[in-house]
Design a protein around this ligand. Sequence first.
Ligand code: ARG
Ligand code: ZN
Ligand code: CA
Length: 237
Amino acid sequence: YTAPITIPVVVNIIERSEGNVTQAQISSQIAILNQDFNNNNPRTSNIPGEFAGLVANANVTFALASVVSIVDSRTSWGTNDAMKFSSQGGIDATDSSNFLNIWVCEIGGGILGYAQFPGGSPATDGVVIGTNYFGETVAGGIYGKGRTATHEVGHWLNLRHIWGDGRCRQDDFVADTPSSDAPNYNCPAYPTVNCQSADMTMNYMDYVQDDCMYMFSNGQNDRMRALFVPGGAREGL
Ligand code: ARG
Ligand code: ZN
Ligand code: CA
């Protein structure tokens, strides 16, 4: 399946005081998602020759459909999905078979964001991004360049971490991402060798800092796109 895909996005903002999450954060986040899923990251030229032939243009466009916002003073919502239910003080998902829901709130615990894989409950489907890591922010530091959403939307589109969350032989179910046994952080030099091959540390599905991740691979693109065929988990989009 190779046709361009457009995903309408609902941003659900739970801010501690009105205006806490800015319009600039929203627009920069949508722009960054569009860069990254169209192979327009400004750093793609840093991709080493070994991986240059593997870079994917996912050809996915994110279109802001609506913004829902409420004020709540909580400082740590955690990861139990409370932010996704008005009955728990959060915001209910909007029609998750036709929209990507992004919740923005104070997750707490140093957590940048989290996502639900395809096939889960429609009520909790989508991604959650911590307030400081949503869009371009100063407060986010090395995670203030909007790549948490890129990584989480990768999970939402069925991608695993490139080290497969396990030892060398644990797979991420993608053939062209080299085997690794652990996440990489900060901004690793190339080559960073683990499991007898250079890690694709610049992949969005590693744990490096925002400005050191700048590619999805062709194999990851195939895995994402498989969701959009008739009968696929994201067909409605
Ligand atoms: N730890 C989170 C996860 O596994 C997000 C990591 C995002 N990394 C980043 N450079 N923004 O889903
Ligand atoms: Zn992750
Ligand atoms: Ca792999």
